[in-house]
Design a protein around this ligand. Sequence first.
Ligand SMILES: Cc1ncc(COP(=O)(O)O)c(C=O)c1O
Length: 328
Amino acid sequence: MPEPAVLHDQCQLARTGQQPCRDEQHLVIVTGADQVFEQVGRPVPAIFQFGDGRERRTCVQQSARLGPHARTSAIGVEHEKASPEKIALIERQGGKCHFIDQPSAIYDESRRLAAELGGHFMDQFTHAERATDWRGNNNIAESIFDQMKLEPSPEPDWVVVGAGTGGTSATVGRYIHYQKLNTRLAVVDPEHSVFFDAWRDSNPDLVGTRGSRIEGIGRPRVEPSFIGQVIDRMIKVPDAASVATIRYVEDLLGRRVGGSTGTNLWGAFEIVAEMRQSRTRGSVVTLLCDGGERYANTYYDDSWVSAQGMDLDPCLERLNNFHRTGNW
Ligand SMILES: Cc1ncc(COP(=O)(O)O)c(C=O)c1O
């Protein structure tokens, strides 16, 4: 009998209590900006890009953090309209929203705004990969490998993560190389993101025209924090597969998770099935990312799913088959 590979989910939310650990990167960026503000000696606007849900949340959280310290306001630049609730949330924290039509214009517009307002462009997409110490010091990679020490296969064969800024994959990949581990890094990528094609074709200039539907991951350009050299494999995951997977795991886990967890698990299942087929014993680690509560009207809503033209049935069939047989 082949020994199945074991899949470990390292839950971000569990790691630092209330605070998802990826936000630590943003907190470090903000802390750096705080010093800038102090040097300036007066309140200055902080300009955040927020192209999707996570950046929007980052903007809300960080403007709240900056508020009392630096008495700044936060301005998000977004290519799609945020919901009125989210705009209100940002405004309650003293932020303002500034919208643009072209995703590719987000950087120029952020710089222009910063210059016009005498503010500071936070640029979290550039700084995410260097905001934490990738050698260790309680970063996400060290935490994964520490937790794995208690497991029967403590050195994972694979770690599977998604990329938004690319900060997480850069941190995990660099840590693996620095520690000379045998673990390999797989990065999953949703539709409408250019990371996969750019990585496969070594074309960092590739630009897309649409934003990702999977909140938190997938970008229409290769972000400066995305370090392709530390990635061993990339897996393109259809959005229907990500959505089917989170619905599927709701039954298994008894909780709702966000879309990017579905992307991660789909990629991890594929790798586990391959390991099983080649009779490789070992472990695969992936991340449970944000919770699913905010997606009741999207990923968990059948009418949203069909309006998006997604057919979940073939993906659910594959997941059921994988569960039953171990074959992908
Ligand atoms: C909810 C969420 N936000 C953001 C990210 C991307 O992280 P990073 O910005 O470090 O690439 C992920 C990756 O899985 C995610 O699931």
